[in-house]
Design a protein around this ligand. Structure first.
Ligand code: T46
Length: 135
């Protein structure tokens, strides 16, 4: 997967009579070393999440069940992607504002991430983000 802004990527799916399997490999599908993964689930109706950017963090996001809308904004372009296929992932790079909306009740949003958790890497104010993205 390349690091193009807001470009959903179709992952290779291996399907047989038992069902489907998707594998993500560092170097082939993930353009960074994965140091952490987390997942978001059981999101309440009308409970959007995100509303921040990261200074340096890189992530691969995909819904392994259900779906949500992912809004991405690099300071110049805003786009919304519906993530609702376990075989479709999107790369989210540094200095990208993200919001997640319209979670289905069964949604499980999986993130594969380039670094450990660090609150200091977050930009949680949109005006600050716009200023930093422009500089
Ligand atoms: C992102 C979007 C897509 C931790 O303690 N460790 C972790 O690894 C993470 C991700 C969060 N937390 C704590 C920090 C907060 O107290 O969990 C709480 C909820 O985190 P936050 O409000 O940042 O969750 P979201 O859904 O708004 O954002 C998350 C990620 O934080 C963020 O990196 O890109 O999902």
């Amino acid at each position: 997967m390349d690091a193009t802004f807001a470009k959903p990527v179709t992952l290779k799916k291996i399907t047989d009579p038992r069902g489907s399997l998707v594998a993500l490999e560092q170097g082939r599908d993930i353009p960074f070393a994965v140091k952490r993964c987390y997942y978001i689930y059981n999101v309440k109706e009308d409970a959007p999440r995100g509303f921040h950017a990261h200074k340096t963090l890189e992530q691969i996001l995909l819904c392994v069940a259900g779906g949500c809308d992912l809004l991405l904004d690099n300071g110049k372009t805003k786009t919304t992607i519906r993530l609702d296929d376990p075989a479709t992932a999107v790369y989210v790079g540094p200095m990208t504002w993200r919001e997640m909306h319209n979670f289905t009740p069964d949604c499980v949003l999986l993130a594969l991430v380039s670094d450990v958790y660090d609150e200091g890497d977050y930009i949680r104010d949109y005006d600050d983000f716009k200023k930093q993205a422009a500089s």
